[in-house]
Design a protein around this ligand. Structure first.
Ligand code: DGL
Length: 278
């Protein structure tokens, strides 16, 4: 992906998701490449994406990309598996800056981790229906079997903040039962919201199952890509500059409360944007 003519190292990275899930990717970017500036957009007015059509997810993603480009971002991270599955190809064709999704890095990690060749993927209906994880993993290793399970109730549970709750526990048990029966040894958290209920998922799956969080791998791939294209910011941003900025399409205060509970950086504000203008 050689798309770096004239981009500035000091320019921010654009990151987006349908809601709060992409914050799990932001958290990893902050940890792994702490000099970078980030513009985050969470489409809180239109979440969930996972039950919407491909055309709709492409249209929403294109609007968000236009919004992020008003900040002269040097790259965009699609921190949403659903948008990566449905819209990444289209977005990539139409912009001049590098853009990466979360599916490929997650698929690569799972293909490397599995020992018994049985990989489970939990994700939205859209991501599972697209078969994108199966496709990427099979490109890396034809001998594994991938078992997909759509878990549509997880996103609303996470958006409501029910991260440690008996209701989440019960629903997770029902969703995961068939994957436990199949005896998978690797489980991909194929939706960026799911790492937020990782402890529940890990407890139910048991310690023999490795949970793969594509957020970690995505931040790693982002770092490598920026380095290869000489776009990695070697200087920390100037003191007092707004290193991390957050935007949403609705309910900014609720978003800030949530963000502060999972990112220890201290997010002071988020601004609500009218997406119809983009
Ligand atoms: N967090 C997103 C994903 O990774 C989308 C969830 C949703 O909006 O349904 O798929």
């Amino acid at each position: 992906m050689e798309k770096n003519s004239g981009l500035l190292k000091s320019a921010p990275i654009g990151v987006f998701d349908s809601g709060v899930g992409g914050l799990t990717v932001v958290r990893e970017i902050m940890r792994q490449i702490p000099n970078e500036r980030i513009i985050y957009f969470g489409d809180t007015a239109r979440v969930p994406y996972g039950s919407k059509s491909k055309e709709t997810v492409i249209r929403y993603s294109e609007q968000i990309v236009r919004f992020l480009q008003t900040f002269q971002v040097k790259t965009i991270v699609v921190a949403c598996n659903t948008a990566s599955a449905y819209a990444l190809d289209t977005l990539e064709k139409n912009i001049e800056i590098p853009i990466i999704g979360v599916v490929k890095p997650g698929a690569k990690a799972a293909a490397e981790v599995t020992r018994n060749g049985k990989i489970g993927v939990i994700a939205t209906e859209a991501t599972i229906g697209s078969q994108i994880y199966t496709e990427y993993i099979k490109e890396l290793n034809r001998d594994v079997t991938i078992y997909g399970k759509a878990c549509p109730l997880f996103v609303p549970l996470v958006e409501e903040g029910l991260l440690q709750d008996p209701v989440t526990d019960e629903i997770a048990r029902r969703y995961l039962a068939e994957l436990i029966d199949i005896d998978i040894d690797t489980l991909i958290l194929g939706c960026t919201h799911y790492p937020l209920i990782r402890s529940t998922l890990g407890r139910i799956m048991g310690e023999k199952v490795t949970l793969v969080n594509p957020a970690y791998e995505t931040a790693l791939e982002l770092k490598e890509m920026l380095r290869a294209q000489e776009l990695l910011n070697d200087e920390p941003p100037a003191l007092g500059s707004n290193q991390y900025q957050f935007f949403v399409s609705d309910k900014a205060e609720k978003f800030v409360r949530f963000a502060n509970s999972i990112i220890k950086y201290g997010i002071l504000s988020a601004k609500a944007i009218n997406m119809e203008e983009y």
